[in-house]
Design a protein around this ligand. Structure first.
Ligand SMILES: NC(=O)c1ccc[n+]([C@@H]2O[C@H](COP(=O)([O-])OP(=O)(O)OC[C@H]3O[C@@H](n4cnc5c(N)ncnc54)[C@H](O)[C@@H]3O)[C@@H](O)[C@H]2O)c1
Ligand SMILES: O=C(O)[C@H](O)COP(=O)(O)O
Length: 543
């Protein structure tokens, strides 16, 4: 396997015979298609397909660009035999089965900042709409009623805004609310006190937020912890007259409990941009007084849509054409500038991983990836992922850099990353050590001319070899005549030797022989090699 093969789905990212094919399956700013085409991808824009229709065509594509409408289920992924990358022009990826995509080695990326301001502004707009009953006042006025006395609003100044979730969007909402002279309290277990101070907001626990907030706005993803975070019980803990805004995800608020609380007057107003079931064509909430809704419009401004469309097209093209990885949710980042520098290292890492994978028997407790010298200046995450891909590919062909770290975790492998900045015998080195019941052993390699991967140490023995194609690995007692005997065996078996690499602990001690051969070594030849005097181990290797 060469460097390219580790990048995604064992396919040659960046070295396509034909242009990579991308499908845009949701409505997206046309500049996305333009960028894909300009960057060298073939792009189809086919929106509104049913899952069955999408399943029928997805097999042709290397990339899939989506928003929130396309559901990328396990069933779709099963049919996506060429797919390498899914790009979400937006933030939420709850419409993508990420574990399944990872298991299949497909990179999933999003554009985490492109629509944050727009969505924060929508939350603020909905807050004003609730405070001044704008939709109802508009409908009444346009119906010719002029009900000046019916609509009595509330001021935002000096009111307390409760933020549930203070990440990208939540913190922009906080900033705008502070500008409106509101007081902002936030519940977010991952918000540090320093960040709260920097934002000028008060970090509180959920119960305190519920008790103090005049307005509550939600800005968390939908997770097992956040689902129904505004449950019937929690809504009951809110201040009477509270107003609730959800521009994050349907399912954060219990819709039935919200309806009851609006009907009883405990909640004075609620605005939902997102619903448990979307598209929400019907809901018990529709028609409830003081209820405002929009059809998942949080990100729908021309500015945000251009941002996310351009970003997703650039990120996906980078990945497909150069191997650069940005904003991936299931793979370490790798810039388009870094990718070419890292490429030979990843090739080396993958070969070393593969070598230890092929030579290791029994269950593995730990794998350590040690970089030394120049290699320490690079992003270690892709190097580690490449080692794991090489190691695990011995067990399954479908392993690549995306799914290898997940598989390693699933298999209970402890993965360590160690850096030693000073140079040793080589200006740059990657060492892979594995710990099994039999003890800890390592292999190490360097780059010749900064680009050619070479093995330089094998289980404590110095040996210099290129790991490529079919190879034969022999451990034997260093003794005269051995090389002649192995040469004769291979010659008589019509196996041509390409390179011959020898190393030994000391004269007369344990020696290793790594041969590259022009054809696979049959089991019968390995048997005969094992029967030669002094041979302790003989194996065929493939790279
Ligand atoms: N309506 C729309 O069109 C629209 C547009 C963009 C984003 N969104 C959604 O808005 C949400 C927020 O997006 P973001 O970019 O701010 O995400 P983010 O990841 O930057 O922030 C999410 C925050 O939620 C916090 N959080 C996680 N679990 C929590 C918990 N149990 N309790 C409280 N806080 C918790 C995290 O610590 C983080 O700070 C996402 O669900 C996203 O999909 C909706
Ligand atoms: O997570 C997001 O980015 C928003 O929910 C926007 O979704 P959309 O792209 O379907 O408008």
């Amino acid at each position: 396997m060469d460097a390219d093969t580790v990048t995604a789905r064992n396919s040659k990212i960046g070295t396509y015979m034909t242009k990579p094919k991308v499908l845009i399956s949701d409505k997206m700013d046309p500049q996305a298609a333009q960028i894909f085409a300009e960057r060298g991808c073939d792009v189809d824009v086919i929106t509104g397909k049913t899952p069955e229709e999408l399943k029928a065509i997805i097999g042709q594509y290397d990339g899939l660009a989506i928003r929130s409408s396309t559901r990328v289920t396990a069933d779709i992924l099963e049919a996506a035999t060429n797919l390498k990358v899914i790009g979400r022009a937006g933030i939420g990826v709850d419409n993508v089965d990420i574990p399944e995509a990872s298991a299949k080695g497909i990179v999933v990326m999003n554009t985490p900042f492109g629509n944050s301001i727009t969505t924060a502004e929508h939350a603020i707009a909905l807050m004003f709409a609730l405070a001044r009953q704008l939709p109802e006042a508009d409908a009444s006025t346009q119906a010719g009623k002029w009900e000046k006395n019916r609509f009595m609003g509330v001021e935002l100044t000096s009111k307390t805004l409760g933020l549930i979730g203070a990440g990208n969007i939540g913190s922009i909402v906080a900033d705008r609310a502070l500008g409106l002279r509101m007081k902002v309290v936030a519940f977010d277990p991952f918000l540090s006190p320093e960040r709260a101070l920097e934002l000028g907001i008060e970090k509180v626990d959920l119960d305190e937020l519920l008790a103090r907030a005049d307005f509550i706005t939600l800005h968390t993803p939908l997770t097992d912890q956040t689902r129904n975070i505004l449950s019937k019980e929690n809504i009951a803990k809110t201040k009477k007259g509270v107003r609730i805004i959800n521009c994050a995800r349907g399912g954060l608020v219990d819709e039935a409990a919200l309806k009851e609380a609006l009907d009883s007057g405990h909640v004075a107003g609620a605005a939902l941009d997102v619903f448990v079931t979307e598209p929400a064509k019907e809901s018990p909430l529709f028609g409830t007084p003081n209820f405002v809704s929009t059809p998942h419009l949080g990100a729908s401004t021309s500015e945000a849509q251009v941002n996310v469309a351009l970003q997703v097209a650039e990120q996906m093209s980078d990945f497909l054409l150069t191997g650069g990885v940005t904003n991936a949710l299931n793979m370490p980042s790798l810039s388009a500038e870094e990718a070419p520098k890292l490429k030979p290292y990843m090739a080396l890492a993958e070969k070393l991983g593969s070598l230890v994978g092929q030579l290791t028997t029994g269950s593995l407790a730990r794998i350590s990836v040690h970089t030394e010298g120049a290699a320490t200046e690079l992003n270690a995450k892709p190097i580690v992922a490449a080692v794991l891909a090489g190691f695990l590919r011995v067990q399954s062909d479908s392993v690549n850099m995306v799914n290898a770290p997940f598989l390693a975790k699933e298999r209970g492998m402890e993965v360590r990353e160690v850096k030693t900045e000073r140079e040793g015998d080589y200006h740059t080195l990657i060492r892979v050590s594995v710990k099994t019941e039999a003890g800890e052993r390592s292999v190490a390699g360097t780059l010749f001319s900064n680009s050619e991967p070479r093995l330089v140490e094998l289980f404590g023995i110095k040996v210099e070899a290129e790991l490529a194609g079919h190879m034969m690995y022999i451990v034997n007692e260093d003794a005269p005549g051995f090389i002649g005997r192995i040469g004769t065996l291979l010659g008589e078996s019509a196996i041509n030797i390409g390179t011959f690499n020898l190393g030994r602990r000391e004269a007369g001690g344990e020696a290793v022989l790594l041969l590259s051969v022009d054809s696979p070594v049959p089991a019968s030849v390995l048997e005969q090699a094992r029967a030669l005097p002094g041979v302790k181990r003989a194996m065929a290797l493939t790279f």
